[in-house]
Design a protein around this ligand. Sequence first.
Ligand SMILES: C[S@@+](CC[C@H](N)C(=O)[O-])C[C@H]1O[C@@H](n2cnc3c(N)ncnc32)[C@H](O)[C@@H]1O
Length: 300
Amino acid sequence: MKEENALPVFPESGLPRNQIYCMDYLELSRRLPDGSVSMILTDPPYGIGYHNSFASCPHPPIAGDDGIDYGHLARESWRILQEDAHAYFFTRFDCYPYHYSCLKEAGFSIKNCLVVEKGTVGGIGDLQGSYANNSEWIIFCQKGRRTFSRTTLLQNRKKEGSRYHAGREASKKYKTRFNACWFGGEYPKATCNSTWQKKHRIRHPTIKNAVFLSWLIQISSQPGELVFDGFMGSGSTAVAAALCGRDYLGAEICPEYFEMAQERIAQSMKGVESRCQRSSLYGATPAAGSPCSAAASPRC
Ligand SMILES: C[S@@+](CC[C@H](N)C(=O)[O-])C[C@H]1O[C@@H](n2cnc3c(N)ncnc32)[C@H](O)[C@@H]1O
């Protein structure tokens, strides 16, 4: 869908929904009115020249990885996000200070840095003299203030209705508070490993687990709201939004990844990923170890 010049400035009442455009994110975002999206969840290239030459199936370098204008990205993100809304930006320990300062300067209030276990240990690089990178970092920030949505993602260990201290609110069946560090069987992993990618014939060097993203979306938005990702890659954010009944909008500049995203969305709507997630997203938490449980989903 290479039709940058054909795209109009979208009226607030008629934003496209459930669309990915094969174009530069800036081209798309400048067509969006101020405050028109309900949540941003994005994974931009870090500008570090990432190239995994250790993978069994090497990927070409990622577009934009020689540096995007992060200050501009931060300001555009702030502009298109509605008031009282959440934004998540994937980052890395060495880019974190720069990303943090750009987002803060743009106006965001930075609340946390989430640290989430990867689906595979990043077992590359100097492992004799450095630690393997087994987590993803995600800057969590707000425009205005929004409280977490009620979800059925994690059950409380304490029985519903019990009280920790006299005078405190009784415990709910599902957790309303979340830790910033997601490790262990309770939580989905942040990335899809190579076995999953091979099985689903979806290969992207920085692919994220749609189940994990759907948790963030459920926590930070309501059904029917619009989630924006200007760097869709293999379409993980779109799949995640669709799985939990939210709308998505975004861009991917690389035609091969754009096609992959379309294919993945179509697959997930009819496949196992969809069936499992629909049951766990809308109903009760699936039993531990079932193909639909968070403990089982790290395969993805
Ligand atoms: C880190 S990857 C995102 C991976 C994605 N989260 C996934 O799960 O597959 C960044 C993506 O942004 C794309 N990209 C780079 N520069 C871009 C730009 N200016 N506009 C839109 N997409 C861009 C790259 O082709 C790459 O697929």
